[in-house]
Ligand binder design. Structure first.
Ligand code: NAG
Ligand code: NAG
Ligand code: NAG
Ligand code: NAG
Ligand code: NAG
Ligand code: NAG
Ligand code: NAG
Length: 680
């Protein structure tokens, strides 16, 4: 039996080598041929040095990208009167001769990205004057400099989309786009643009999408492109972004100002159409656009009254749905600022310096009874559905916080310093009783479905912390030393679907999970569990992570419950017993995916605690019950053999005893020398 798998393995080992040899031989003979269909030809990455000679007459779509073409001259090019789309990206093109392009009268898309057209830019530019009908031109990554671009565009009157990213532009001279007045999409990203001359975009009445991302712009003080719908200014060095006053509304819908150096929320006076505003990765310390004084870092309470005037800025943002203020330096989040943003759904203020969110909008002193709630009427409530506040220094949310956000469905409060209250302590939320740590109530929040309290240094949670909040997912990970007595999750038995308890250093006594009928996803990785919490066995788990614990085996009850529901299980980093792996067989038989099985090990306790990989069953024998039986059987067999041997001996002995003496006695009787007598 053993020689057969050996031979099979040998064949398997050799097979790839044989196949490779064959494939290599073929590849050397000829590069992969072009893929052809009726009107479409693709010779992508076919190691072509020149234009393919025979092409079907009616071809409309030709892909020659990723080849070695250097020179596009007349002699190489067959007449392709029907060609509409030509992709020559990633070749070595330096020269395109004039009459060549004239032979492609129907060409509307010409892709020339990643070539070397700067080499003969004068001649190449001349050749381009033949492209009167072309609507889309990709000239990205061609080493083009400021003075080269204008020439290329001078005759492209039909051009609608132009890609110039990854060139060497440092400046946009006035008139550069004069030849292409129909441009509606312009990508100038990833250049070195520091300076945009006035009126550069003036001729472009149709311009709707403009990317100036990844350049070196420092200041845009009077943005005036009212026709623009998408403007990408991310990854520049902007400290100021100002709009031109007066004269009708802007059509801008998407404005990406991320990764700049803005110190203040930009003034966006007439941005009535703005839907998506990205201000992440700046240095914004205040939401007050009128505070142009760098020293004025935080909005103070006295300023709240004058804040009313600056609300004019935010007031125009009635269609804003997504606002990203993450990675800035805000210390205070005055929710009144967002009041006019009736459409705001997603707000991120993650990774700022927010401390206690004191969102009272009236002065504190005196007016003891005027708490924040009074300011908020039904119609002033924020429409935000999803809020990200992770990575701040918030110790408590004010008690009216969730009242102001009645539609809130998801909130990420990870990496803060919050302490949840128990369900019976709601009134002390926010302020807390004097001397006590302030706590935040998470119960009775009508629409909240997703809550993260990851990394909040939580240790002790009180009973019914989340009761009457219809949570679907709860993240309590990375709270070292956290204890979850079963009453904590009381109230979530019929709603919770996903629970994260990873990296809490929980031992068996600290993880008491009640019966959660709906739980589908559970992460218990990196804890100190040697037993799975009993309550889990009634959950219809689909995804379970128990990696990095102290489990010797998975219990039978769990398997019986889960083999029908479980789809994936992570289990590496547990001291499983090599000789008790029946559970693993069951899981594999049930088709459960074990993505980290290759990293999992088991310990062989009978052989000086040696570990073995779980994926290949350990080669050492296990002291199992049937081993004993085998010994018995062997012993019995041995006994039988022995007896049989003895019996045989005895029998043989007797026969010898019977047969031998007879002749002797005969001889003795007949006399010894009888033989000699008869023979002689
Ligand atoms: C391009 O190819 C044509 C025809 O083979 C040749 O005459 C011309 O010199 C080449 N141009 C360059 C710049 O190599
Ligand atoms: C802006 O450009 C950057 C860099 O190209 C890109 O990563 C980002 O997704 C763009 N933003 C939008 C809103 O398209
Ligand atoms: C804002 O920009 C940052 C960085 O470019 C990006 O990571 C983030 O996803 C963007 N935010 C939104 C809401 O698109
Ligand atoms: C705030 O603005 C509203 C309307 O814009 C105005 O009626 C009110 O008087 C202002 N309040 C203060 C304190 O300026
Ligand atoms: C805060 O306002 C609410 C609603 O107006 C009110 O019921 C509550 O008593 C107020 N709290 C304090 C401390 O004044
Ligand atoms: C978890 O187990 C490790 C290793 O046995 C131990 O050092 C650590 O103290 C345990 N942590 C807790 C919280 O019990
Ligand atoms: C094997 O491990 C167990 C528990 O970890 C320990 O008690 C025992 O001494 C170890 N045996 C050997 C031979 O190392």
């Amino acid at each position: 039996m053993r020689s057969v798998p050996g031979a099979g393995c040998l064949l398997l080992c050799l097979l790839p080598a044989i196949l490779r040899a064959q494939a290599g031989g073929e590849a050397k003979l000829r590069p992969p041929p072009c893929q052809q269909s009726l009107t479409k030809v693709s010779c992508r990455a076919a190691e072509l040095h020149s234009f393919p000679e025979s092409l079907p007459q009616g071809v409309k779509h030709l892909d020659l990208s990723h080849n070695l073409l250097q020179n596009l001259s007349e002699s190489h090019l067959p007449a392709l009167g029907q060609l509409e789309h030509l992709d020559l990206c990633s070749n070595l093109l330096e020269t395109i001769s004039g009459p060549v392009l004239a032979r492609l009268p129907r060409l509307h898309t010409l892709l020339l990205g990643s070539n070397r057209l700067h080499q003969n830019y004068r001649d190449n530019a001349m050749a381009f004057s033949a492209l009167r009908g072309t609507e889309m031109l990709d000239l990205s990554a061609n080493g083009l400099e400021n003075h080269m671009v204008g020439g290329f565009l001078s005759g492209l009157t039909a051009l609608r989309a132009l890609h110039l990213s990854g060139n060497r532009l440092s400046q946009l001279p006035a008139g550069i786009f004069q030849g292409s007045p129909q441009l509606s999409e312009l990508d100038l990203s990833n250049n070195y643009i520091m300076d945009i001359e006035e009126g550069v975009f003036e001729a472009l009445r149709e311009l709707a999408v403009l990317s100036l991302a990844l350049n070196s712009l420092h200041c845009l003080s009077s943005f005036s492109l009212r026709q623009l719908q998408v403007l990408n200014l991310s990854h520049n060095a902007l400290e100021i972004f100002g709009w031109e006053e007066g004269q009708g509304p802007y059509l801008l819908q998407v404005l990406d100002l991320s990764h700049n150096r803005l110190l203040f929320f930009p003034q966006l006076p007439a941005a009535h159409h703005l839907v998506h505003l990205n201000l992440s990765h700046n240095a914004i310390t205040s939401l007050d656009p009128s505070s142009h004084h760098p020293a004025q870092f935080v909005l103070r309470y006295e300023e709240m009254a004058s804040f009313n005037t600056s609300l004019g800025t935010a007031a125009s943002l009635t269609r804003l749905a997504k606002l990203d203020l993450s990675y800035n330096c805000l210390q205070l989040l005055p929710l009144l600022f967002f009041r006019a943003m009736h459409s705001l759904l997603t707000l991120s203020v993650a990774m700022n310096c927010l401390q206690d969110i004191t969102m009272e909008l009236v002065t504190r002193d005196g007016d003891g009874d005027r708490n924040g709630t009074a300011v908020w009427q039904e119609d002033t409530a924020l429409s935000v559905h999803s809020m990200d506040l992770h990575g701040n220094a918030i110790r408590a949310l004010p008690h009216w916080f969730f009242d102001v956000l009645p539609q809130l469905e998801a909130i990420d409060l990870g990496s803060n310093s919050l302490q949840p209250c128990g369900s019976d302590m709601g009134s002390t939320s926010g302020g807390g009783s004097p001397g006590a740590e302030p706590c935040t109530a998470f119960h009775s929040i009508p629409h909240l479905q997703h809550l993260s309290l990851r990394r909040n240094s939580l240790t002790q949670l009180l009973p019914r912390t989340f009761s009457q909040t219809p949570l679907l997912s709860l993240d309590l990970s990375e709270n070292r030393g956290l204890a979850v007595p079963w009453a904590v999750l009381e109230g979530l038995e019929h709603s919770l679907q996903q629970l994260w308890l990873q990296g809490n250093h929980m031992d068996n006594s600290r993880a008491e999970i009640p019966c959660l009928d709906e739980l589908r996803v559970l992460d218990l990785s990196d804890n100190n569990l040697s037993l799975l919490p009993m309550g889990l066995f009634c959950s219809p788990l689909q995804t379970l992570d128990v990696s990095g614990n102290k489990l010797p085996a998975l219990p039978k009850q769990a398997l019986m419950r889960w083999t029908h529901s479980l789809q994936a299980l992570c289990l590496a980093g547990n001291p499983f017993h090599c000789c008790e792996l029946g559970w693993l067989d069951e899981l594999q038989a049930a088709g459960v995916q074990l993505p980290d099985l290759h990293r999992a090990c088991c310990i062989h306790h009978s052989i000086t605690n040696r570990t073995a990989p779980l994926s290949s069953r350990p080669p050492w024998p296990c002291p199992q019950p049937w081993d004993g039986k085998l010994v018995l059987v062997l012993a019995a067999l041995l006994g039988v053999l022995l007896c049989a041997g003895c019996g045989l001996c005895w029998l043989r002995g007797n026969r010898v005893g019977v047969l031998h003496p007879q002749p002797q006695t005969e001889r003795e009787a007949e006399g010894g020398p009888a033989h000699s007598d008869t023979k002689v």
